[in-house]
Design a protein around this ligand. Structure first.
Ligand code: HEM
Length: 166
């Protein structure tokens, strides 16, 4: 639950995201990697973003199709904003944050998000962070902090899914 996160954990996550933002063209670099890796691991999630069922995120056909590229750009914008808005929410008032996450989870049911997509996305996010940050920044401790924060966020969101699905 979000209540249990320590100040250090949260501030390490926020500080490392600041480093990501310093990477040249970070939205494009990070977003493209998230896009390719997430849909390679979880192709079913593509329909949430309006891609036709069974489309291949890395095929030449897809990447040369302007409608596909437009959707991919939209996905990239949504995901980067999602990360940044979530980090902005990590303030001192964790009671309020839980309320927000429950509602956010309920909205994600409407977006068509399956609960299995959260851990899948989390794994990919860690791979991408490891790739774009150097070892001194993305230390084993920082990796744990990201895991903790991401898991806490989606655990509350899944509670929200369950409120809709009962
Ligand atoms: C810890 C995990 C996640 C967090 C904290 C999060 C957070 C957010 C936030 C803050 C928004 C902005 C809109 C709103 O407030 O309703 C949003 C939108 C959205 N999210 Fe997530 N999200 C997470 C995981 C996911 C996953 C795994 C998917 C799909 C695979 C997803 C798909 C979407 C979609 C489709 C939208 C709507 C975009 C739009 O129409 O503009 N989210 N998310």
């Amino acid at each position: 639950m979000v209540h249990d996160m320590s100040y250090n954990t949260v501030s390490n996550v926020i500080a490392t995201w600041e480093k990501v933002r310093q990477v040249k063209d970070y939205e494009h670099v990070v977003g493209t990697q998230l896009f390719q890796k997430f849909f390679a691991s979880t192709p079913n999630a593509m329909t949430v973003f309006g891609f036709p069922k069974g489309s291949d995120p890395s095929s030449k056909d897809s990447l040369e199709n302007p409608r596909f590229v437009k959707k991919a750009k939209w996905f990239i914008r949504v995901f980067i904003q999602m990360i940044e808005r979530s980090l902005d929410m990590l303030g001192p008032d964790s009671e309020l944050l839980t309320e927000i996450l429950l509602e956010l989870g309920q909205r994600h049911v409407r977006y068509g998000v399956d609960t299995s997509y959260y851990p899948a996305m989390g794994k990919v996010l860690l791979v991408v962070l490891d790739d774009v940050l150097d070892e001194k920044t993305f230390t084993p401790q920082v990796r744990k902090d990201w895991e903790e924060v991401y898991t806490a966020l989606y655990t509350d969101m899944i509670e929200g899914h369950n409120m809709v699905n009962v």
